[in-house]
Write a protein that binds this ligand. Sequence first.
Ligand code: DHK
Length: 144
Amino acid sequence: MKVLYLNGPNLNMLGVREPSIYGTLSLADIEQKVKKKASQSGIEVEFRQSNHEGVLVDWIQQALGQFDAIVLNAGAYTHTSVAIRDAIKGTGIPTVEIHLSNVFSREDFRHKSYLSPVCIGVICGFGAESYSLALDAIANFKKK
Ligand code: DHK
């Protein structure tokens, strides 16, 4: 099984950016942890990050036929992007929406996700662990 982890705007700043909210690990640290866990289950994982909405849309489209599932932390685009929602829906690739922080305990504008309705599920609030939990969620989803 091949899983594509996509990360949106400002997630390249993890470790530096508001550590009290997003933690002290960098995205590369998280990638390492997820890849270690994935290799123990024979799952292949690829990580990408972009600050640009259209690039994320391109990557979702290109994942068709290449990846079995997507784990998506779209960052702020979660709360604004019809284009990313349409790309997920259009490809039909099972996608898990994730967030490091508990968006529901934060500002009101973070309570709305354009992506949740087209994702198989949402994991948020567990810090870097949200990324690893998504791997378990996908493995279980694929077993069904
Ligand atoms: C990351 C962001 O960049 C925010 O814009 C989201 C999400 C929350 C996170 O918690 O991973 O609102």
